[in-house]
Design a protein around this ligand. Structure first.
Ligand SMILES: NC(=O)C1=CN([C@@H]2O[C@H](COP(=O)(O)OP(=O)(O)OC[C@H]3O[C@@H](n4cnc5c(N)ncnc54)[C@H](OP(=O)(O)O)[C@@H]3O)[C@@H](O)[C@H]2O)C=CC1
Ligand SMILES: O=C1O[C@H](COP(=O)(O)O)[C@@H](O)[C@H](O)[C@H]1O
Length: 473
């Protein structure tokens, strides 16, 4: 159901990569599905001044280029009310923002029984993490925080100290129920299926422990480049961009204990609780960083940059269920292919009927609408007793009735209706930062070069021994 109250959606960083590729198409899809309020306005902000007309063009282009067909059909009916105003973060001041908000409130309630106080305001911070604190302070100083909701992108902080500082700033300005820390991997259809699969079906649930699982792999190779977002990327790197954020959250989703109550709040609490049991990374033994060749030639990247564009890590989860089972996490830019796969490598005998046993795995693809595969050793058809490998394959978009929702659309809808179950908590993130901390500072390994189009530095292959990465050439 669409919320009743009029809404102003303030998109900070509206010209950026995330805004164009994800947030604007998600808003168009929600509009198309009738899930946006009847009256709403979109207010963009950013450092580079552009006119409202240029903003209109930008958002139509973004939805046309990056939205699916359904979202693209919503592009021209997105909203009648758009506006753009300057950066609110440079000196912690909000300049034009209060005036713009007042003007839009007036426009939205004009001709209705509602007053300006009846307009909901959501701020979406699609900006680099260094701007989260300044924008929060700017909103606070301008007296704009009453009743608003604020969505923070990831990473929430760039170090344990930065995280704590940001958390203090945020809680000085806002109460916890106003804060939505997004990690869009938690909003993916297939990520949510990890717990449905496990808790609904004993074939999976019964196998979900060290007794049956030899390795867990969470593998997100990307062919993507970083040229469109060089400034953000060079200041961030793969480990901060993806490891302490998405890959840790998905690892928690796999590793959690069955919640006390099988509801959204119970699942969220169980996910956050298991992060406390992530053993702090051992960078010397368990982490490989890489940088693709040619990275330093990209415009906007420092000639001597040591930013990691690849990370592979072996994470240990110190619970009875997972003791001694490595969680292998890998991601990188300009790699051989794009995929987002969670693999449970199942234990199996080395040999059966005198033949080596092939792979036995549960594989969940998080990409798109998601896919579940069971790879299993079978008898090869024929008169001989010989072994082969078969795959049972279920595309989640084929499950009926159903209408898959992209993660950003689902999570923004949650923000509009105030459902916080798929958002991270400060406690969970504090544990994630504690496990990640050894990778910052002196312990950080030197990134090793890798060829664009490859699977990253070869040292990362050793981490996955003896089974090897499920995704390979
Ligand atoms: N891109 C992606 O696929 C994803 C990104 N994210 C997160 O989204 C956030 C933004 O990333 P992304 O869009 O890729 O980055 P970009 O560099 O593409 O965009 C950042 C945007 O923020 C604005 N901006 C940059 N610096 C400042 C500043 N100091 N103060 C105010 N505004 C600023 C820029 O404004 P202007 O253009 O006017 O200079 C730009 O529009 C990050 O936190 C990232 O982790 C999360 C998931 C996916
Ligand atoms: O948060 C991020 O995620 C994307 C990958 O997510 P996808 O599900 O939209 O493909 C990644 O490319 C980006 O670097 C990172 O900031």
């Amino acid at each position: 159901m669409a919320p009743d109250k009029p809404l102003i959606f303030v998109l900070h960083g509206a010209r950026g990569d995330l805004a164009s590729r994800m947030v604007l198409p998600a808003l168009a899809l929600l509009q198309r599905r009738g899930l946006m309020p009847e009256r709403w306005a979109l207010l963009g902000t950013g450092r580079t001044p552009i006119s409202s007309q240029e903003f209109d063009e930008l958002l139509h282009d973004a939805v046309g280029e990056h939205g699916d067909d359904e979202a693209a059909r919503g592009a021209h009916e997105l909203t009648d009310h758009t506006a753009y105003c300057g950066d609110v973060s440079d000196d912690d001041s909000a300049d034009e923002l209060p005036g713009e908000l007042d003007r839009l409130r007036g426009v939205l309630v004009d001709g209705t029984d509602a007053g300006p106080q009846d307009v909901d305001v959501v701020h979406y911070l699609a900006v680099p993490p260094s701007s989260f604190g300044p924008i929060t302070r700017a909103l606070d100083r301008a007296g704009l925080t009453d009743g608003i909701r604020v969505v923070y992108e990831k990473p929430y902080g760039t170090s344990p100290e930065g995280f704590r500082e940001l958390d203090e700033t945020v809680h000085e300005a806002l109460s916890e129920d106003q804060v939505f820390r997004i990690d869009h991997f938690l909003g993916k259809e297939a990520t949510q299926n990890l717990h449905v699969l496990r808790f609904a079906n004993e074939l999976f649930g019964g196998a979900w422990s060290r007794e049956h699982v030899a390795q867990v792999q969470i593998d997100v190779p990307e062919t993507l480049d970083v040229a469109q977002r060089a400034e953000f990327y060079d200041a961030t790197g793969a480990a901060l961009d993806m490891l302490v954020t998405h890959l840790f959250q998905v690892a928690a989703e796999v590793a959690m204990e069955p919640p006390e109550h099988l509801d959204a709040a119970g699942l969220s609490a169980a996910r956050e609780e298991v992060i406390r049991h992530f053993r702090p990374l051992d960078p010397a033994r368990d982490v490989v960083l890489g940088q693709f060749e040619g990275y330093r030639d990209i415009e906007g990247i420092d000639d001597s940059s040591t930013t990691d564009t690849f990370v592979a890590a072996r994470l240990w989860v110190d619970t009875d269920r997972w003791r001694d089972v490595p969680f292998l996490l890998r991601t990188g830019k300009r790699m051989a292919r794009s995929a987002q796969q969670v693999t449970l490598v199942l234990r199996a005998p080395d040999e059966l009927f005198g033949e080596p046993v092939g792979p036995n795995r549960i594989q969940v693809s998080l990409a798109g609408s998601g896919r579940i595969e069971v790879v299993t050793t079978v008898k090869r058809p024929g008169t001989e007793l010989a072994l082969g490998t078969g795959t049972v394959d279920l595309a989640l978009e084929d499950v009926e009735p159903g209408e898959p929702v992209p993660p950003y659309a689902g999570l923004i809808e949650d923000v509009l209706v105030g459902d916080r179950a798929l958002f991270t908590t400060a406690e969970g993130l504090a544990s994630a930062w504690a496990a990640f901390d050894p990778l910052l500072g002196d312990g950080r390994p030197e990134p090793q070069p890798y060829a664009p189009g490859s699977w990253g530095p070869s040292a990362a292959d050793d981490l996955a021994a003896p089974h090897g990465w499920a995704l390979h050439d």
